[in-house]
Design a protein around this ligand. Structure first.
Ligand code: KIV
Length: 262
């Protein structure tokens, strides 16, 4: 049966931890969904892992639409999230246009990076039947403003602000949240404070779900971040086995372990 937003909400309500992986093409979309991973993210990390860019800033809406179409063709029942790329949410009109294009390309949910100012877009998209996932914490599209890929919400003021932002966007109607690179305690606090399922990446095991960039968890990144685990290391070259091992480790609470947390 196809996974929907309601499935992820039910997982949160019942305490069932769920896995999410990035996907960019039909072949891996088929493998990931066949492995039983409930959701796939057509991430703008495709700028890094597919295009060889230094950041996600050069990724355009056209690129996102193309890869979302590819993933949708290979999908076998997973929920597809697609990233609104750099500057795509700079105005309400741009958010609506980007979301329209991504949904028509086959996404089920659109993901927007930013802060409390996303509330306007979240409300407008919800009114038009488009569920949103807001991406908080380390937001890679803002790498230049952040001064690098750094853990966010480390001090008390930063943590309080992030928690308030999460609450505000939850109230606005965000269907999902991605929380990237924050201290474990903050990941736990946000997850407990909001109704939306929270998908962590470097945000600790208390998050409702865990996402990794597929290339990272297949051991293809020579300089992986602290929060990455190479699931291919024990899979003997079997991609399907590595995908299933990730899913099982998330469900069992084995991943992320202490060494993957901040
Ligand atoms: O673009 C992406 O892959 C992402 C994940 C890192 C969450 O946003």
């Amino acid at each position: 049966m196809a996974i929907t937003i309601r499935s992820l909400q039910e997982y949160k309500a019942s305490g069932h931890k769920f896995s999410v992986l990035t996907a960019y093409d039909a072949t891996f979309s088929g493998l990931i969904s066949a492995a039983g991973i409930p959701a796939m993210l057509v991430g703008d990390s495709l700028g890094n892992v597919i295009q060889g860019q230094a950041s996600t800033v050069p990724v355009s809406l056209q690129h996102m639409v193309y890869h979302t179409e590819c993933v949708a063709r290979g999908n076998q029942g997973s929920l597809i999230l697609a990233d609104v790329p750099f500057m795509g949410a700079a105005t309400l009109q741009r958010s609506l246009d980007a979301a329209t294009a991504l949904m028509q390309a086959g996404a089920h949910v659109v993901k927007l990076e930013g802060g409390a100012w996303l509330a306007e877009a979240v409300i407008a998209l919800k009114r038009n039947g488009i569920p949103t996932c807001v991406h908080l914490g380390l937001t890679p599209q803002s790498v230049n403003a952040l001064g690098g890929y750094r853990v966010q919400g480390k001090d008390e003021a930063g943590a309080r602000e992030l928690l308030e932002t999460a609450r505000a966007l939850d109230q606005a109607g965000a269907a999902l949240m991605v929380l990237e690179c924050v201290p474990r305690q903050l990941g736990a606090a946000v997850t407990a404070a909001v109704a939306a399922p929270v998908i962590g990446i470097g945000a600790g095991p208390e998050c409702d779900g865990q996402v990794l960039v597929m290339h990272d968890m297949l051991g293809l990144n020579p300089r992986p971040a602290r929060f990455v685990k190479d699931f291919m290391a024990d899979a003997g070259g079997d991609i399907g086995a590595a995908l299933r091992a990730f899913d099982t480790a998330v469900q069992d609470g084995q991943f992320p372990a202490a060494e993957h947390c901040f």
